[in-house]
Design a protein around this ligand. Sequence first.
Ligand code: UDX
Length: 436
Amino acid sequence: MKISIIGTGYVGLVTGTCFSDTGVNVTCVDIDEKKIENLKNGIIPIYEPGLDRMVLANVEKERLQFTTSLKESLEQAEAVFIAVGTPPGEDGSADLSHVLAVAREIGKHITQHIVVVTKSTVPIGTAKKVKAAVQDELEKRGVEIDFDVASNPEFLKEGNAVEDFLKPDRIVVGIESEKAEKIMQKLYKPFTLNGHPILFMDIPSAEMTKYAANAMLATKISFMNDIANLCEIVGADVSNVRRGIGSDTRIGNKFIYAGAGYGGSCFPKDVKAIIKTAQQYNYRLRLLESVEDVNNDQKMVIVSKILKHFGNVKGKTFGMWGLSFKPQTDDMREAPSVVIANALIKEGAKVKAYDPVAAEEAHKILGDTIEYGKDQYDALIDTDALILITEWPEFRIPNYKVMEKLMNEKVIFDGRNIYDPVELKENGFTYYGIGR
Ligand code: UDX
């Protein structure tokens, strides 16, 4: 079986690599020549655990290719996956220009039946537009070639993307023909063997599923952050409340951790986009509008705590542990650390940060407005407080003795509630968490 994947970002690269690992012949396409050249030499543009080894192994076995030629990649392919970016436009709606440009290119070059699969997160109704774009190009060529469209949203978590692809909670595929269903079934069979379900449905429902899933998860987080803020006011501890409600199987114990707000490439963008889609149909998603509001405010909660503690932070220096929007990734998109660092700098403070992998990405956004420590303790030298933003495992059991020697003041602002307030107090630290 042969397939083509257009776009070698997180989604395209993980998808292509994981399919090739099952023996499928995969060609990954990107317009970025440098990126393709690097990939051919085994240089991976992103940090994703397990991915580099898998790319190399499959390139070696000659079942994973990289090219800039979309046309070549389509030869004998049974399916082509569109996995290019859909950045938010100025009004928050997803910008489909890349997706539709790829659809047109496909229409220009196909010579046999193919399933055109949208993998990128796209608004409801996009598969229809993809179909029209391909059809339009075929008509311009004056040829009649049978093709299908399908929608196959991804549910990959950054930092765990390979694992999520190999062992999916579910695979969602929107189809409108049996032929497309058969091809998608064949392609995904290796991943469904251990009881991981593949759910076929109509295309609009598949497109909606992606947004509804992310919006629901974002809602859980904002809900907990809102409750956390109230916990503080009434003297409750949100960690206990989380355990209390999480043991109710109807609620579940995942994604109910209060913190510095959600970030990343998906939740902020997708929540905005679904609100926008609703507006286009004259419907207001009031709940999600609040989810977004709460999240924007939540990124500043820690700054408020800092200002309250110090009164004035002019001339103070803060050690910051963690920059990426979550652990196990170097992704800085919508990272709360940026909002927090900028707010502190604006108040006249200095920030010294350390992140196990995201410093380089962070530098692209924050530049030299902050200092970058060599390691987590280097980032604490002469600081007036530690701010924990990203819960990387290595930050979980800090060496209090070392910290005491390095810091001017023993204060910790724990943006992810990973520390035990009692233990910190015993070690002489002033502790601030979220909602406790
Ligand atoms: C998410 C979805 O999980 C994935 O299915 C989808 O395909 C893309 O978007 P990702 O953005 O990689 O994946 O990150 P995720 O692990 O879901 O975390 C998102 C954000 O929520 C992070 O900023 C994280 O810190 C925050 N979060 C998560 C919380 O604040 N509390 C929680 O309980 C869980």
